[in-house]
Design a protein around this ligand. Structure first.
Ligand code: SF4
Ligand code: SF4
Length: 406
């Protein structure tokens, strides 16, 4: 890194909040919850180590060595450390601002730049989707950590009507293009509760979460403004991707405007909204056991993971993982930019899945984030979005009600 680049980086990083950095008392209680520390045992790969390195910023001796940069680059931004921290260190803000500073002085890996560009261009995304769909059909492309199997050839629009007080389902970019069946499941589940819901569709597009995650703050701000302007100004905004939901809920903080704050107040995870507004069916005699894997952005950022359990529990018996919400390693673009670490972290999660599977049975797993689902499927487990499972059961109830009329 040239001297000029170092100076620029130092200037950018100097803006990190000293109060936030000083809030850390180095107790180390966060260490067992940090996936990168768990797989490396290296203090520089822990929240405490990263904060110590951030504290050197601003001093004349500060030298952003490759080691310093690697420590920051390898943070998954899962925010498991925030949940564990008794001193309320806002680690998410610190690492997010650090990634922004790094992105301002150097280029992201090419694969990440291409991926982020495609997300921001609906026509490019449609073209890439078509190509991937063809390659999968011809057998040239298998399921990977980034691309699910069965990508539809054409991006479809959901046709729904709504009034100004009805909720809108935010359908996003990749999820609408590659896993539209999850949106179908959300619409079926909401219809079961009598909800008339519109979908955001192509005109709204990407929320900018992966861009923010990669430090591209000016791009994510622009995308946040676009989403707010393109969405209806009234009614709840429902989201079924934990990462997108966390981003939409943080638009208020990101943009700092009254308009963005009012928008964020209208954003709910689908499970959260159903659990808080409807009487759930009576608990059935449960047969199927389902393992719940919490996406970090639902558990540590939105603190809404309990609603997934509430909405599932009338239909299935829930099996908890023995890892207290440890990250799976997907982490936005992390599985692309830090493939080796992401794979090692995923192995830890697989071990947790194996631990709850008894007598050789493999329970289905649910995870409310498409990135986690795709990342984990590579290990050979059957992983669904929770709403796909709920939709299966509410369909059965609806069908038996129909039968009862005859
Ligand atoms: S955000 Fe996650 S990966 Fe980063 S330091 Fe905290 S616990 Fe570790
Ligand atoms: S971040 Fe919080 S939990 Fe971790 S060492 Fe600092 S004070 Fe302790």
């Amino acid at each position: 890194m040239s001297e000029n680049t170092k100076t620029d980086l130092n200037k950018e990083l100097f803006l990190l909040e000293p109060e936030a950095l000083n809030a850390c008392v180095s107790c180390g209680l966060c260490l067992p919850y940090c996936p990168t520390y768990r797989v490396t045992g290296d203090e520089r790969m822990s929240p405490r180590g990263r904060i110590a390195l951030m504290r050197s910023i601003g001093s004349k001796e500060f030298d952003p060595t490759d080691e310093w940069i690697h420590s920051m680059d390898t943070c998954v931004q899962c925010r498991g450390c925030e949940t564990a921290c008794p001193s309320a260190v806002p680690f998410g803000e610190l690492i997010s601002d650090t990634k922004k500073a790094l992105a301002s002085v150097r280029k992201l890996p090419l694969a990440v730049r291409i991926g982020l560009l495609i997300l921001n261009k609906p026509r490019l995304l449609a073209g890439a989707t078509f190509l991937i769909g063809i390659l999968q059909k011809l057998g040239f492309m298998r399921n990977s950590s980034y691309i699910p199997s069965g990508v539809p050839l054409l991006r479809r629009e959901f046709k729904t009507t709504h009034s100004s007080v009805d909720p809108v389902l935010f359908t996003g970019c990749v999820m609408e293009a590659w896993t539209p069946w999850v949106h179908t499941a959300a619409l079926k589940t909401l219809a079961f509760f009598g909800v008339n819901v519109a979908t955001s569709g192509k005109r709204v597009g990407c929320c900018g979460a992966l861009h923010e995650h990669s430090g591209l703050r000016s791009v994510s701000v622009k995308m946040a403004e676009n989403v707010i302007d393109a969405m209806p100004t009234t009614g709840p905004v429902l989201v079924n991707s934990a990462g997108c939901g966390a981003m939409l809920k943080e638009y208020g903080k990101l943009l700092g405007t009254e308009k963005a704050k009012r928008f964020s107040e209208r954003v709910f995870d689908v499970h959260e909204w159903i659990a808080n507004n409807f009487e759930l069916p009576k608990k059935s005699e449960k047969k199927e056991r389902i393992v719940v894997q919490d996406p970090c952005h639902l558990r540590h950022v939105q603190n809404s993971h309990q609603y997934v359990r509430e909405v599932l529990s009338p239909f299935v018996e829930i099996v908890e993982l023995p890892d207290e919400g440890l990250c799976c390693g997907a982490g936005g673009a992390f599985s692309v930019s830090q493939k080796k670490l992401a794979t090692e972290i995923r192995k830890l999660k697989s071990m947790a899945f194996e631990e709850v599977n008894t007598k050789g049975s493999k329970y289905r797993v649910v995870s409310a984030n498409p990135g986690c689902v795709t990342h984990l499927q590579v290990e050979g487990f059957e992983i669904k979005h929770p709403l796909e499972v709920v939709a299966e059961y509410v369909n059965q109830i609806s069908e038996s009600d129909e039968m009862g009329k005859f």
